[in-house]
Ligand binder design. Structure first.
Ligand code: SF4
Ligand code: SF4
Length: 223
């Protein structure tokens, strides 16, 4: 039995799915050297809303410093990208041997050969939920979301997720405007951007209450 529900970490929402602990979904397959990492093949992008949260506590600043000192980190104008491992040799070998999974939906087959720098095999994500990207906090794979037995119960979750993402995109645009108005970019002035974000109030989203969903089976080892 698996459950889907909304989890909150200091008011930061996460769409939680307990079946990730025994993942059997295609997206959770790893063909690279890091096994047992669920679907954490993503190279996270941290936008102003996440940087703002990190900027406002000593703990958040510690997380930010660890992100900034990571060798895979690249500063972009409007976000911070953190690249993890990509096993190009194993990808080339699997391509040659025709062993790359194909469920007809996955468009980028390199996901089976990539690993996020923040995942620990068998343990999940090492970042606190409150500092993760919203992509991470709201990702649940298609196999779970399209479970026909619970479609009706899942629909409100998808609607709430879409509304919340729109809110965050609006917030990001507002923050980027303030950053730009001060003549700054994340790429060129990260220290000053963090100082600026630390002084701006965080707008909270009023999350509706959603009923937890009980599912007969889990598809779900990720975060
Ligand atoms: S949840 Fe954590 S480990 Fe997984 S992709 Fe996101 S940052 Fe990486
Ligand atoms: S969301 Fe959970 S069940 Fe789906 S691929 Fe990721 S770890 Fe597996």
């Amino acid at each position: 039995m698996a459950f889907m529900f909304m989890h909150f970490d200091q008011a930061v929402p996460q769409l939680a799915y307990t079946g990730c602990a025994w993942c059997s979904s295609t997206m959770g397959i790893s063909l690279c050297q890091t096994v047992n990492r669920g679907c954490c093949s993503y190279f996270p992008k941290f936008y102003p809303v996440e940087l703002q949260r990190m900027s406002q506590s000593p703990e958040g600043l510690c997380v930010l410093n660890s992100i900034l000192s990571h060798p895979g980190t690249e500063l972009m104008d409007d976000h911070i990208l953190v690249r993890g491992c990509y096993d190009a040799l194993m990808y080339a070998k699997a391509q040659k041997e025709g062993t790359i999974p194909d469920d007809g939906y996955i468009q980028d087959s390199t996901i089976f050969f990539r690993t996020c720098p923040f995942v620990r095999p068998g343990l999940g994500c090492t970042l606190p939920v409150r500092y993760r990207t919203y992509v991470c906090n709201f990702f649940v794979c298609r196999e779970v979301l399209e479970n026909p037995a619970v479609q009706q119960q899942i629909t409100p979750y998808l609607q709430v997720r879409a509304n919340y993402v729109r809110f965050l995109q609006w917030e990001n645009n507002q923050l980027l405007q303030v950053i730009s108005d001060n003549g700054l970019t994340i790429r060129n002035h990260i220290g000053k951007v963090i100082e600026l974000l630390a002084g701006l109030p965080i707008n909270q989203y009023e999350f509706p209450m959603l009923e937890p969903i009980e599912m007969a089976d889990g598809h779900g080892k990720g975060a």
